[in-house]
Design a protein around this ligand. Structure first.
Ligand code: A1D88
Length: 257
């Protein structure tokens, strides 16, 4: 691949955005991200995904220079759909996707990070949707995901001023789970990925599915689905192993079945 690195180790797939100088999300990079997720989806050995950026930033957003090659409104709507479809796929992915953010996650970079299931950030990272600075609006569903995390009022402030918030503030507003000094973020996020990879792939997949009901405000349907999957998880080989291991006072040995 030309714009990212995909490395699989210890059952973790590490995606490194690698498009100097700012890991701007060109259509080429977005296409390669889709291909990376194809490879990870079909690889039963991989149990979690970690996305981070090479260089100074996580990602500074869609490639502003590439915008000049788009001809008309339909072209921009198509570009938006291209990114939105990929980010929906990431949000609905059945293996945990974790973002380790340093430097900046702006515009499409933050929209990518918001599609991940968990975000760890550098304390001094800048997170924002500055599209209005360019006379634009977000195009990869940032106007929809940001209010989900930070509330409508804070999202309105961030969008209408274009001011980014720090990693520390992102945690305070619920946009990220934890903030660390910049040189520790990757390692902390990698250890988090390892922790999730130690669980049964069955219950992890069920949990990610259930979280989407809450994410989409489908509470009652989600509760029905939860009790159904509770039974399925209990009757799975790993569910049986987990219960037996607890009773026998030992660590469970999950087989992802
Ligand atoms: C549907 C989605 C829409 C969107 O995502 S719209 C884009 C939203 N993103 C932005 O508006 C962010 C734009 N970039 C910036 O604000 C700044 O940059 C940074 C804060 C990221 C970094 O600032 P500093 O440290 O002063 O560096 P620097 O000289 O501005 O940038 C370094 C190089 O990176 C290129 N670059 C930065 N962001 C983008 C981008 N989004 N698309 C294309 N190139 C970008 C610059 O041009 C420059 O390049 P060169 O060294 O060749 O001059």
């Amino acid at each position: 691949m030309d714009y990212l690195l995909l490395e699989k180790k210890e059952r973790i797939a590490v995606i490194t955005l690698n498009r100097a100088p700012a890991n701007a999300l060109s259509s080429g990079l977005i296409k390669e991200l889709g291909e990376a997720f194809d490879s990870i989806e079909s690889d039963a050995e991989v149990k979690a995904v970690l996305i981070h950026g090479e260089g100074r930033f996580f990602s500074a957003g869609a490639d502003i220079k590439e915008f000049t090659t788009v001809k008309d409104e339909e072209g921009f709507a198509e570009l938006g759909k291209y990114g939105q479809d990929l980010f929906d796929r990431i949000e609905n992915f059945r293996k945990p996707v974790i973002a380790a953010i340093h430097g900046a996650a702006l515009g499409g970079g933050l929209e990518l990070a918001m599609a991940c299931h968990i975000r760890y950030v550098a304390e001094d990272a800048k997170l924002g949707l500055p599209e209005l600075t360019l006379g634009l609006v977000p195009g990869f569903a940032g106007s929809q995901r940001l209010p989900y995390y930070v509330g409508t009022a804070k999202a309105a402030e961030m969008l209408l001023t274009s001011d980014p918030i720090s990693g520390k503030d992102a945690v305070a507003f619920g946009l990220a789970s934890a903030a660390y000094p910049a040189d520790q973020v990757y390692e902390k996020a990698y250890n988090l990925a390892l922790k999730t990879a130690a669980k049964s792939a069955v219950s992890v997949s069920f949990t990610l599915e259930l979280l989407q009901y809450a994410r989409q405000g489908r509470w009652s349907e989600g509760a029905v689905k939860e009790r159904e999957l509770f039974g399925k998880a209990f009757m799975s080989a790993d569910g049986q192993e987990g219960i037996t291991a607890f009773i026998e006072k030992r660590k469970p040995e999950f087989k992802d079945r």
